[in-house]
Design a protein around this ligand. Structure first.
Ligand code: BG6
Length: 484
């Protein structure tokens, strides 16, 4: 609608996520003219801040090129800040009045409520938003970030609460991995190419591994991390979203519900993860490390409870009990304080039947999709060594984005997700039943390691993680061939 107004309300505007991610992303969208005209930004938090304080809190995280200062000034002019608490109707009513005032001239006032808040205020804040701030002239959408509970039961409780206030169409659960270019490309690769689909099954695939590695430790956020651990922080959400897109059947259409139906369907065919099929690790400081972070072990972080057994590394195996995937191990592996930053999926194919070149060292074909950094899709395959008599070597069909799309800057996950929220498209957001299924898969394991205080294996900051994880890969038909 021509005269529609859009308000993006950031609850928790003075917090870390808002400063580091949300405001810088909003600025970049504004700068590139990607937002609908008539969009304004309304910060809400407890601290008493002026607009100038707010600007100072995030400006350093914004990329402002020469010549863009005026535009940045215009961006700041579109900002409003309201100080209020998360449990006061009065304060939320004030927020609403200010939104109404701005919308007085339109009959389409659209509101996005972005909750950049700690989980213990989710319930009250959402209640107040619904009761006091739900706009009457346009649409309203509510955006939430993990954690969505900490196990199946608490996640269900949150879902029941949210569903009593909002419809599923109004709820946007962010998993920022779904905003990454190469994660989204999984759908195109699999379903827009004839070549992959016939090979994408247990007749041809030996094993699949999805990896997340980070070369940083808790960096003082240990207190937060310790309540969750690597399974809740990375595997149950980010890696499972990649898993779903890689393993699901072809959706009926690109419609959000059709895609999410398929994700749920494949999740329902997975038995809960087990301790027998898992390896857990916790990092130790590296005395020769270059930074303080590297020197500090997980348990040396003063915000981590003494003697904590929370894993900072986990590798585990899931099996999908359906016609396509029966017998194929899916290995999920994630860790902090490792040797590098990397997120990728590796699909290892079986060797060809009826090998006519025995003894020549043919290796498995392997399709690698690297989500970050240095985004790439490459296929490791055998080829004849030039000029030899059927000598063979492994080579790569390599599509590295920086070469193939030289000069193209890939959008940041959050940029893309914000635009999707404004468009009202939920493809790249997590539906409640997906969330429930992923919790079902991990809750028994999480409860067991917590109840039995299962001790993780030590690994050194900057290493590849516990060696035992390599054993798990070998046991699950994954042949270690590279540097991962
Ligand atoms: C977040 C986790 O969800 O993802 C962090 O809470 C992690 O612990 C981050 O560092 C990784 O995101 P990315 O996009 O940098 O891979």
């Amino acid at each position: 609608q021509e005269d529609a107004l859009y308000s993006i309300i950031i609850l928790g505007a003075s917090g870390d996520l808002a400063k580091k991610k949300i405001y810088p992303v909003l600025w970049s969208l504004f700068r590139d003219d990607l937002l609908p005209k008539n969009t304004s930004f309304v910060g809400y938090a407890r601290s008493k801040l002026s607009i100038d304080d707010l600007r100072k809190s995030f400006q350093a995280n914004c990329k402002i090129m020469k010549g863009e200062e005026e535009k940045f000034f215009a961006f700041i002019k579109n900002n409003l800040y309201i100080s209020g608490s998360y449990d006061s109707s009065e304060d939320f009513k004030r927020l609403n009045e200010s939104l109404n005032e701005r919308e007085a001239k339109t009959n389409a006032g659209n509101r996005v409520f972005y909750l950049s808040l700690p989980p213990f205020v989710f319930d009250t804040a959402t209640q107040h938003i619904r009761e006091n701030c739900w706009g009457k002239t346009g649409w309203n959408r509510i955006v939430l970030e993990k954690p969505f509970g900490h196990d199946l039961e608490s996640s269900r409780k949150l879902a029941t609460h949210l569903n009593s206030l909002f419809t599923e169409e109004e709820i946007y659960r962010i998993d920022h991995y779904l905003g990454k270019e190469l994660v989204q490309n999984l759908i195109t690769l699999r379903f827009a190419n004839r070549i992959f689909n016939p090979a994408w099954n247990n007749h041809n695939v030996a094993s699949v591994m999805i990896t997340f590695k980070e070369p940083i430790g808790t960096q003082g956020r240990g207190g937060y991390f310790d309540e969750y651990g690597i399974i809740r922080d990375i595997i149950q959400n980010h890696l499972m979203q990649i898993f779903c897109l890689a393993a699901m059947e072809k959706p009926v259409s690109l419609n959000a519900e059709d895609i999410r139906d398929e994700k749920v369907r494949v999740l329902r065919r997975i038995a809960p993860a087990t301790i027998e099929n898992s390896v857990f690790g916790q990092y130790l400081g590296n005395p020769t490390g270059k930074t303080e972070d590297e020197k500090m072990g997980y348990l040396d972080d003063p915000t981590v409870p003494k003697g904590s057994v929370t894993p900072t590394f986990a590798a585990l195996v899931l099996k999908i009990d359906n016609e396509r995937w029966e017998g194929v191990p899916w290995i999920l592996r994630a860790g902090k304080a490792l040797n590098e930053r990397k997120a990728e999926i590796r699909v290892q194919f079986k060797k060809p039947d009826g090998d006519i070149m025995p003894g020549t060292g043919a290796k498995r074909d392997e399709l690698v999709i690297r989500f970050q950094p240095n985004e790439a899709i490459y296929l490791k395959m055998m080829t004849k060594t030039p000029n030899s008599h059927f000598g063979m070597e492994e080579t790569e069909l390599d599509m590295t984005y920086s070469k193939r799309y030289e000069g193209v800057v890939l959008a940041e996950a959050y940029q893309l997700l914000f635009l999707e929220i404004l468009r009202g498209r939920q493809i790249h957001f997590v539906r409640n039943d997906e969330l429930e299924e992923t919790w079902r898969i991990f809750t028994p394991l999480l409860h067991q390691i917590e109840n039995e205080k299962v001790k993780p294996i030590d690994y050194e900051f900057g290493s590849r993680g516990p060696r035992d994880a390599d054993r798990l890969l070998a046991e699950n038909n994954f042949i270690y061939t590279g540097t991962y």
